[in-house]
Design a protein around this ligand. Structure first.
Ligand SMILES: Cc1cc2nc3c(=O)[nH]c(=O)nc-3n(C[C@H](O)[C@H](O)[C@H](O)COP(=O)(O)OP(=O)(O)OC[C@H]3O[C@@H](n4cnc5c(N)ncnc54)[C@H](O)[C@@H]3O)c2cc1C
Length: 397
């Protein structure tokens, strides 16, 4: 049987960060990935904070376009309010390229990465895992890191964490269209092919968080909506995506371009810190701990941060309490935990709708050059939610 110091399951951002940390310390590290290659289960793209990814993996982060404009469209009952931001460190990136690159950085540090291999089960001696059984044989190690993404079967089978709670989760649907570089530039008014944008949308009743990212020669669009709201209103997610594309005018912009990819995935609303993070010598990280923000879709940085920490935990032999404590000290990870209350507040009833209507009413009054009626409007329409909102923000820790 093969023997390693540390075995990592999953070659996504969390797994590669964990492997890089452990291999850089001179340990004998094996990463197994069930896909044909790292990133192959995540073929489309994402928006990332390039500086953060660089700080862990080095400078040559592969990216598609800079996000020169981050646009936010708030849809109230009438018409959208649009706000533009001009961030300076956001980029769009292809997941296949990004994941392959991060995995190669871990390999260069000494980790062994084997694809087309699925982890099936851990064998245990008391509360210490001894071996990992895969579809291609068994491997033993001193520690194991489970970086298996949202469908965390091994973490669940091992009894470390429970099943996904779909009642409080967000269903996402995403489409990627092939669009020529020149066409992207002309549709979105970009001067060249390194310029790009990311567009976030918030709609209410049901609550929908939509997004658009521009890559070099493709555009991805998608939505996420709380599963309980879809069930209550008997709406199918694919219909919600179609409605979203029509309402925002994106279907007209993308008309005639071929659909390259269609995918659906659940983002868990719950997870860390209300979940065990490890057992004995087994440490969980990334999406397997629910470390993704269902309102902003920010998951790659927390995956990298928690993967690095899982690598340290395996090197140092952290107990579950210490691992959890160190996670709460890490700002990338603790921000997700702190935002949980905000997410459930937003997702309960039609609270999000009320907040959005209030913000857009304020902005529309300002844009019309008449703020004289604001007191009346606010008292008339929002007298109940303003105290709610203030007390919620005050109590948000
Ligand atoms: C629609 C959508 C849009 C998103 N957009 C963004 C975005 O723009 N920016 C952002 O930062 N985040 C985004 N996210 C979140 C982001 O994709 C995740 O948070 C991130 O990929 C988590 O990384 P991970 O390494 O934990 O898991 P993953 O990236 O899912 O990697 C897990 C890996 O483990 C492998 N694996 C699983 N089980 C096994 C097994 N038993 N044996 C072997 N291998 C296994 C899988 O094949 C996979 O390669 C988005 C998510 C969704 C659903």
């Amino acid at each position: 049987m093969l023997n390693y110091d540390i075995v990592v399951v999953g070659a996504g951002p969390a797994g590669s960060a964990a492997a890089l940390k452990a291999a850089s310390a001179g340990k004998k590290v094996l990463v197994i990935e069930r896909g044909p290659e790292p990133g192959s289960k995540n073929v489309s793209g994402a928006m990332i904070r390039k500086d953060f990814v660089s700080s862990v993996f080095g400078d040559s982060v592969p990216f598609e376009r800079k996000v020169d404009t981050l646009k936010l469209s708030l849809y109230d009952k009438e018409s959208p309010v649009n706000i533009d931001f001009h961030p300076n460190q956001l980029v769009t990136t292809g997941r296949l390229k990004l994941d392959k690159w991060m995995s190669s950085v871990a390999e260069n540090a000494g980790a062994m990465v084997i694809s087309k291999t699925t982890g099936l089960n851990l064998t245990w001696d008391g509360d210490k895992a001894k071996t990992l059984i895969t579809d291609r044989g068994e491997v033993s190690a001193k520690s194991f890191i489970l970086a298996e993404g949202v469908n965390a079967l091994l973490s669940m089978k091992s009894g470390i964490r429970g099943d996904l709670n779909t009642e409080n989760s967000v269903q996402t649907v995403k489409e990627v269209y092939s669009v020529k570089k020149e066409d992207i530039n002309s549709i979105f008014g970009f001067p060249d092919e390194s310029t790009g944008m990311s567009w976030r949308f918030v709609m209410t009743d049901p609550l929908v968080a939509g997004f658009l990212y521009t890559y070099k020669d493709s555009v991805s669009v998608g939505i996420g909506s709380p599963i309980n709201q879809l069930v209550e209103r008997k709406i199918r997610p694919e219909k919600l995506l179609d409605d979203f594309l029509d309402k925002t005018g994106l279907s007209a912009k993308l008309k005639g371009y071929s659909l390259r990819e269609y995918s659906a995935k659940v983002i868990p609303e719950g997870g860390f810190p209300n979940m065990n993070v490890s057992k004995g010598n087994v440490y969980i990280c990334g999406d397997a701990l629910g470390l993704v923000d269902p309102l902003t879709f920010d998951g790659i940085s927390p995956a990298i941060a928690s993967g690095t920490l899982a690598g340290t935990a395996a090197l140092e032999g952290f107990t579950p309490d210490i691992y959890k404590y160190e996670m709460m000290k890490n700002t990338e990870i603790s921000k997700i935990a702190k935002e949980r209350k905000l997410e459930s507040e937003f997702m309960s009833g039609n609270k999000a709708g009320e907040y959005i209507n209030m913000i857009s009413t304020l902005l529309k009054n300002w844009a019309s050059g008449d703020l004289s009626g604001i007191r009346g409007t606010m008292i008339e329409n929002y007298k109940n939610i303003i105290p709610d909102m203030l007390s919620f923000v005050i109590n948000m820790r």
